[in-house]
Write a protein that binds this ligand. Structure first.
Ligand code: GDP
Length: 484
């Protein structure tokens, strides 16, 4: 048969656009342009998604369609919660994710929740919170991932905490489970940073085999808990089948789940096209220093400049008044666009001033941009969060990236982009620059800030970074856990 000459080219474009088969084909393009356009902006995929991951995702999409909001199965399952009666057999099992904390945190927890849902054959349903539908497109075709407002526990999402009688930790503490002959239709899982030893039993196999029986799990967390899923023996094999390259988990899940809405995508594309696209090199600098006073703080600025110079991320400037003569014309010289994101406008002003007032030693032309200066976190404000998402996305389109220690905003950028960042250490307590200023991350996986330190078999405290070779402590949080 005679193929048109560009058939292979077209099919290659098609494969790239679907991120090597990660994304399902055939979803309406105009309602969510970023879904298929993002491949044009990001670098080529660093790894291929495994065929097993692809097939599990396609299976998940079928399950979601069968069990998602307003399906018959969903309606019947919701009745279990209303009646409070559960006889031990349900057609569909669910994981409800409660919207909690800043946007970076929410993206990390939503990806973690999705992976847990995949591992346990549950359907993930998302609390829309204040802004989620304005930020992200629906990832699955036909049936929404958003939990409907008439869901019976909807009004309790904000009040669920450790002390809720339906929280798993509370039930363990008060022997509710062992004393009862029936199963509850739902259990609340408290996995936020302040969780206690009983809440942390979530990460033990034995507790997982109990939780398996509960049709509705409702989860609140502000942590990327994926690394600790690797320490649960019953998940180990499935995880390595899904992700033969373990460091690609957030990279693939974030690219699969998080498609900015057209309005956010407009912010990304317009900024990229206006300020970044034409540069020979793009350096992202994410400044997320917990500041009580407005920046720029001199010691923070000094530390960032020190990092860019020591690691050769930006050219040195010549501060002498002697003019420098370059052999190449301005048009032939390398251009570097620096994209700075920060709540405070001061850092980018200082960088811009430095490269205006002084020439670079080697002749590179450095321009400095900062999309927004929002001054403080405003998680209830949709436009503010749209800008935050657009900025994380723009950072992920850089060639090289500098991030701030502890920042989930930075983790999302590095994960989406598949970039191993240079992480700025937290400045010293006495308000001086940390020396060394930064460290190169060994993977682009996010750090789990509050992992459990418990050996489920021996029932003793343990250093969970020592159990499997690919889970270790993080560069920026010494007790955190991260995949390498
Ligand atoms: P983390 O605090 O760095 O872990 O990140 P989060 O995203 O969870 O919370 C910080 C929030 O503050 C963001 O979601 C934004 O709302 C806001 N924010 C922090 N840094 C920036 C920034 O550089 N740009 C914008 N637009 N917002 C920011």
């Amino acid at each position: 048969d005679v193929k048109p000459p560009n058939a292979t080219v077209n099919s290659q474009v098609q494969i790239n656009k679907l991120l090597g088969g990660l994304l399902p084909s055939g979803i309406d393009e105009t309602s969510c342009l970023s879904r298929y356009e993002s491949a044009l902006y990001h670098k080529e995929l660093l790894h291929k998604p495994s065929s097993y991951l692809i097939s599990r995702l396609r299976d998940y999409e079928v399950l979601h369609k069968q069990c998602g909001p307003h399906t018959e199965s969903y309606n019947r399952s919701v009745e279990l919660i209303k009646s409070g009666q559960y006889n031990g057999s349900a057609e569909c099992n669910y994981l409800v994710w409660i919207s909690f904390s800043g946007l970076g945190n929410r993206m990390l927890t939503l990806a973690s929740a999705f992976l847990y849902a995949l591992l346990t054959n549950r359907v993930l349903l998302v609390d829309p919170g204040v802004n989620m539908p304005g930020l992200f497109c629906e990832p699955f075709q036909d049936v929404s991932w958003l939990i409907p407002p008439d869901f019976p526990l909807f009004n309790q999402f904000s009040t669920f905490d450790q002390k809720s009688p339906r929280s798993y930790g509370y039930m363990v503490k008060h022997n509710v489970i062992s004393n009862s002959s029936t199963l509850p239709p739902y259990i609340y899982l408290h996995l936020a940073h302040d969780y206690d030893d009983q809440d942390k039993l979530f990460f033990c196999d034995q507790d997982q085999s109990f939780l398996k029986k509960i049709p509705w799990l409702v989860m609140k967390t502000n942590n990327y808990f994926v690394p600790s899923l690797f320490l649960i023996p019953s998940f180990e094999q499935e995880l390595s089948n899904l992700f033969p390259e373990k460091v690609t988990i957030f990279y693939f899940l974030s690219r699969y789940l998080f498609h900015p809405t057209n309005s956010v995508w407009g912010l990304v594309k317009r900024y990229y096209q206006a300020y970044l696209e034409r540069a020979d090199e793009k350096l992202g600098i994410q400044i997320g220093v917990l500041e009580t006073d407005a920046g720029p703080l001199k010691y923070v600025l000094d530390q960032i400049i020190d990092c860019t110079m020591k690691e050769n991320l930006l050219p040195q400037v010549n501060r002498s008044s002697e003019p420098i003569v370059f052999n190449q014309s301005a048009k032939q010289r390398k251009t570097i666009s620096v994209l700075i994101t920060s709540l405070s406008p001061g850092y980018s002003e200082e960088f811009r001033k430095m490269y205006w007032e002084n020439p670079t030693v080697t002749g590179e032309i450095v321009s400095v941009y900062q999309p927004s200066q929002e001054e403080y976190q405003q998680s209830e404000n949709l436009l503010h969060e749209k800008k935050a998402l657009a900025e994380m996305y723009l950072l992920s389109l850089s060639d090289k990236l500098i991030t701030s220690a502890w920042s989930t905003f930075g983790y999302v950028a590095q994960g989406l982009g598949g970039l191993k960042p240079w992480i700025l250490y937290k400045p010293n307590e006495n308000r001086t620059a940390h020396n060394p200023p930064c460290v190169r991350a060994t993977s682009f996986e996010p750090c789990f800030h509050a992992p459990p330190n418990y050996d489920c078999k021996k029932k003793t405290p343990t250093d969970t970074s020592k159990i499997v070779p690919h889970v270790r402590h993080c560069e920026d949080v010494s007790w955190g856990l991260k995949l390498f």
